[in-house]
Design a protein around this ligand. Structure first.
Ligand code: GLC
Ligand code: CA
Length: 519
């Protein structure tokens, strides 16, 4: 959830915690008429100058007044627990705000005790930055601090200086921020940009793209091998609070994802995001909706996953173009989104949804004068995927009584109208989540890919003698799949007409997907 865009209680146009508290029934009211989600992750709500909308933190153990108070978090945790939903906050360990008291001290002089809490380095001999690292949001990853004549490192914006995780005092202080919330009853954290905590010890130059002629590779200080030891240390903090969970925002190859879990020992993070359904391993291109490509990424990821680990998939988040719009070149993004919902919720492991996905929300074109994302000058701006939830078709969309911080998307995509329409994508998500919970095969069963047409990605999930087949046709024309042995019945289609049984075969309409059941 992106709280800034979920529900605004006081008319300032910005979503907040009291707004969220008033909408919990939508997420899970214990009946089939709500989404039935199992757990809630909120992007950061800590005090922040909002240069990167909360990913620039000035105090890790408080709440920004724009969102509410620590009391609201206590209430949220209590209300969510009453509904059986754990609550996860978003921990930003790689960097603080440049306004964090630690950084203000660190930059004040070269001899300040906190100098080494951040990554400082002398200029190169010609006065330029110490190395060629680019920031993930463009420009050099270094900014010169005039007062002390040294550069500081920032993997993202200059307002987000990187902490020095090689300094044990930083490690201890940051661990303590986790404990503070876990003691308070929060159930876990999503860990931001977690592969970047440990930099190359010599701050060596990054390799260049295109065999040495191109730009420096931005992810040179991503997943530096020592980082996995640092993650083990973080895991031990969670172990002090049994039942809590750490989910890493992890980028990399299936093998690197394995390392985030701690490899075979499983002593790293409990869960590591696999963004393979969104972008390629190097985060350059969006993944096409193509069965062959998806089969490859899913099977390679499954094979690399350590025994006993639970995978963690997503189609959307607050940083990437929404699935519907990524796959809409021919105007059929919505059909693909419906099929993708059955893929996501049919895969083994945790499925993470991003608010609005369940409504089929598209990217919203934001007029130039209303753009907000500071990273937009360098990367694909993220405002279009962060526009507010649309609860109904009224002028404030049920989101606010004031002026929303970002404009709304198409009026017809809203909770109230989709709630009335039993064929809506919202109801598809509700049904799929309910059915997934009813079938252990889907919830925690094994995974076996099924061979067939190249345009159909199909697999069976099995638990004891119960089997669920997940089949997705990414071609725009009809395809047929020979069913594995068993007596199959259709549980759910991406549309009511998406799939039909024909003897020992399953016919899938163009861009259709289904779940089928056999015992
Ligand atoms: C992660 C967040 C993104 C943020 C960045 C820097 O990628 O998801 O929103 O801008 O880290 O903290
Ligand atoms: Ca508000």
């Amino acid at each position: 959830m992106y709280p800034r865009s979920f529900s605004d209680s006081n008319g300032d146009g910005i979503g907040d915690l009291p707004g969220l508290l008033s909408r919990l029934d939508y997420l899970n009211d214990g009946t089939d008429a709500s989404l039935g989600i199992d757990a809630l992750w909120l992007t950061p709500v800590f005090p922040s100058p909002m240069k990167d909308f909360g990913y620039d933190v000035t105090d890790y153990v408080d709440v920004d007044p724009i969102f509410g108070s620590t009391g609201d978090i206590d209430q949220l945790v209590a209300e969510c627990h009453r509904r059986g939903m754990p609550v996860l906050l978003d921990w930003v360990p790689n960097h603080t705000s440049d306004q964090h008291p630690w950084f203000l001290e660190s930059r004040s002089s070269k001899t300040n005790p906190k100098r080494d809490w951040y990554v400082w380095s002398d200029p190169a001999s010609d006065g330029s930055p110490p190395n060629n690292w680019p920031g993930a949001f463009g420009g050099p990853a270094w900014t010169l601090d005039e007062t002390t004549g040294q550069y500081y490192l920032h993997s993202f914006l200059p307002e987000q200086p990187d902490l020095n995780w090689r300094n044990p005092d930083v490690v201890a202080a940051m661990h303590e921020t986790l404990r503070s919330w876990l003691r308070r009853g929060v159930d876990g954290f999503r860990l931001d940009a977690i592969g970047r905590l440990i930099k190359h010890p010599d701050l060596a130059d990054a390799g260049l793209r295109d065999g040495g002629d191109g730009e420096p590779i931005a992810d040179n200080h991503n997943n530096y091998p020592e980082v996995f030891e640092t993650l083990r240390g973080i895991r031990r903090v969670f172990d002090e609070f049994p039942g809590t969970v750490a989910i890493g925002e992890s980028f990399g190859t299936p093998h690197e994802i394995r390392e985030f879990y701690g490899g075979a020992a499983l002593d790293g993070l409990h869960l590591a995001f696999n963004f393979g359904l969104i972008q390629d391993e190097r985060q350059r291109a969006y993944v096409p909706w193509d069965a062959a490509v998806i089969r490859d990424i899913v099977t390679r990821s499954w094979e690399a996953l350590p025994q006993g680990a639970v995978s963690c998939w997503a189609l959307n988040n607050h940083d990437r173009g929404r699935f519907v719009s990524r796959n809409d070149a021919d105007g059929r993004g919505n059909e693909r989104a419906r099929a993708a919902a059955l893929l996501l919720l049919g895969l083994p492991g945790v499925a993470v949804l991003y608010q609005g996905e369940e409504l089929g929300m598209p990217n919203v074109e934001v007029p130039a004068g209303q753009l907000q994302d500071p990273a937009r000058f360098h990367i694909e701006g993220r405002d279009p995927m962060r526009t507010p939830m649309q609860w109904d078709a009224t002028i404030g969309r049920g989101f606010t009584t004031g002026t929303p911080w970002l404009p709304f998307g198409p009026g017809e995509v809203n909770v109230a109208d989709e709630d009335e329409d039993r064929e809506s994508i919202l109801w598809l998500y509700r049904d799929a989540i309910r059915i997934r919970r009813e079938h252990p095969a889907l919830y925690e069963g094994d995974f076996m890919a099924v061979d067939g047409d190249t345009d159909v990605f199909a697999f069976v999930r099995r638990d004891g003698d119960e089997q669920v087949l997940v089949a997705v046709n990414t071609a725009t024309e009809q395809r047929t799949l020979t069913l594995p042995a068993g007596s199959w019945t259709i549980l759910l289609g991406s549309r009511s007409t998406a799939a039909t049984m024909e003897g020992a075969a399953l016919r899938l309409e163009g861009l259709g997907a289904c779940w089928a059941f056999a015992r």
